[in-house]
Design a binder for this molecule. Structure first.
Ligand code: HEM
Length: 539
């Protein structure tokens, strides 16, 4: 019998072709990889006496974190395990840290140790969000001046134009009997126009023409077919597979949709160089970027709520983070990567924030009246609003700040330790290569930081109350030298369109308005609503 089995097995194995052997070898290697990494990892936090939710093989806590309506899960963990708890992203141990002082240590005081985000295999390392160490420092140092208030002021005209077109199209629709809108689509159209105009000098008019290639390619990149499953594979398959060329080609995150933007920008750069053309947009600013010496930060928007975390430590960290960069210019490939990134990083975040803000206005007519009263005074006789007037209006700033507190578009901030480091006086050591994540959504909903956290109350951010906000408990744009570079731009474009909308329209709650919001699954650290339907009427 044994002889017979042996000879059958022998002939089956003998008949296998070389590539079949390779395939079997690959499967065995993947299983061994999971087994070994899982066995090594699963006791990591337990051995260090740090509690946290139970992980499941292969996925760790990813499914719990991102498949359920993520933020709600996060809140339960925060309540159950406190301000420090251990998670596993697949088999990678990741420490959640929610204590404000420890957050300041990670994002600011020990910035040089925590300046990188974890590597996501298969992503573009030229883009600022994923670039590491000296590459990040150089790219960010050269790009920083592009986002100063002075430079953004120069783009105000372009943004204003997008706002006018958008209001014009909405006005036409409402006059023709449209009385309900889906806010993600509505605000997505405006944001797409603003970013395409400011990053690529491209007029998309997305509201009236939803099928233009910017809109379709952009939508496919952020939420294209199968994107959730691709993300799940990227997070769970071994790095070796995900970084391979064949994987990138078949299931890479961006593919032909990204190629559209890259080709478009490359031809635009060529055209501008050939014809010596100049524009007031990100592309031009990056093409002309010359890193200046010294601190380029300005105090001109000091009246906005995002300054709550700023003090001496922050200034010091910022100055130190960018010392010693001698290069002054970006290469063409780096310029392309940043323009594309501004589109990816800015489109969904800004349009989601605007959508949630308009949703809350629909639910709270009193807030709409306050917005209308504040902004109507600020428009001049031509129906325009000056940049400096807009950036000084307290209620619209408080309204957006409360929106970003209640619905932070990015719900977690990840960093990786470059060397072993003790976390404050907790006795917890973060080892080199281990990641930490800051649970922004949970912090923003902690009643100790924000009393009655599920009530939408912009007054928390009015100038007279802002002092009550503890530093490092308001983090919609992150903090420290690696915070959101596009913050001023996002706030400006959001405020401008909200002011314009409130001038001409009212939103209202209708039968299809979901209360509370129903969230969707993205497998990213994002907070996205499934739909946000509201009524719209002319004033
Ligand atoms: C309401 C809108 C936005 C929100 C809530 C938002 C939020 C964030 C957050 C939380 C981060 C991570 C910060 C950290 O890790 O400390 C980030 C990074 C970033 N954001 Fe934004 N963002 C918005 C709009 C924009 C816009 C409009 C742009 C570009 C035009 C942009 C470009 C970037 C870039 C390039 C980074 C990476 C910075 C780096 O790694 O150095 N964002 N953003």
């Amino acid at each position: 019998m044994t002889l017979l089995l042996g000879s059958v097995l022998g002939s089956v194995l003998g008949s296998l072709l070389a590539y079949e052997w390779c395939f079997i070898g690959l499967i065995v290697a993947v299983i061994a990889y999971y087994y070994i990494s899982w066995r090594n990892a699963v006791s990591y936090w337990k051995d260090r006496h740090i509690c946290g939710p139970k992980p499941i093989p292969i996925f760790g806590n990813i499914l719990g974190l991102y498949l359920n309506p993520g933020p709600l899960n996060e809140l339960q963990w925060y309540k159950k395990y406190g301000k420090i708890y251990g998670l596993y992203m697949s088999s990678k141990p990741t420490l959640t840290v929610a204590d404000p002082q420890l957050i300041q240590q990670i994002l600011v005081k020990d910035f040089n140790i925590f300046r990188n985000r974890p590597v996501i295999p298969g992503t573009d390392m030229l883009a600022m969000t994923t670039a590491r160490d000296e590459d990040w420092k150089r790219i960010r140092a050269i790009a920083n001046p592009t986002f100063t208030s002075g430079k953004i002021r120069k783009m105000y005209g372009i943004i204003n134009h997008c706002g006018q077109d958008f209001i014009g199209s909405l006005d036409k629709d409402v006059s023709n009997g449209v009385n309900e809108v889906e806010l993600k689509r509505l605000m997505g159209a405006y944001t797409m126009d603003v970013i395409a105009s400011c990053a690529f000098a491209a007029k998309t008019n997305t509201y009236a023409d939803p099928n233009n290639p910017f809109t379709t390619n952009g939508a496919n990149i952020t939420n294209g077919p199968g994107s959730i499953y691709k993300r799940l594979l990227r997070r769970t398959l071994p790095t070796l597979i995900v970084s391979s060329n064949i994987y990138r080609k078949l299931l890479g995150p961006r593919g032909s949709n990204a190629a559209f933007f890259v080709d478009f920008t490359r031809s635009l750069i060529k055209k501008r160089r050939d014809n010596n053309e100049k524009h007031n947009d990100f592309l031009q600013l990056l093409m002309d970027a010359e890193r200046p010496e010294g601190d380029i930060r300005e105090a001109s928007d000091a009246n906005e709520a995002h300054h709550v975390n700023e003090g001496k430590d922050e200034m010091k960290a910022y100055a130190e983070a960018f010392t010693g960069v001698s290069e002054k210019k970006l290469t063409e490939d780096e310029i392309l990567a940043q323009c594309f990134l501004f589109f990816i990083a800015g489109y969904e975040t800004t349009s989601t924030a605007l959508s949630f803000c308009a949703y809350e206005l629909a639910l709270n007519p009193g807030l709409q009246d306050r917005l209308y009263e504040e902004t109507k005074e600020a428009f001049n006789e031509k129906g325009e609003m000056d940049y400096s007037v807009l950036s000084r209006l307290p209620f619209i700033d408080a309204l957006l700040s409360e929106t970003l507190r209640h619905y932070p578009p990015i719900s977690r901030l990840p960093r990786t330790a470059a060397q072993d480091v003790m976390l404050g006086s907790t006795g917890v050591k973060i080892e080199k290569g281990v990641s930490v994540e800051i649970p922004v959504y949970a912090i923003h909903h902690d009643p100790d930081h924000y009393p009655d956290p599920f009530t939408f109350n912009p007054d928390r951010f009015m100038p007279q109350n802002r002092d009550h906000i503890q530093p490092y408990t308001y983090l919609p744009f992150g903090s420290g030298p690696r915070n959101c570079i596009g913050m001023r731009f996002a706030l400006l474009s959001a405020k401008l369109v909200l002011a314009k909308i409130s001038h001409s329209f009212r939103f209202s709650r209708v039968t299809d308005t979901d209360v509370p919001v129903i969230y969707t699954t993205t497998l990213l650290n994002k907070l996205l609503p499934k739909r946000l339907v509201v009524g719209v009427h002319k004033r």
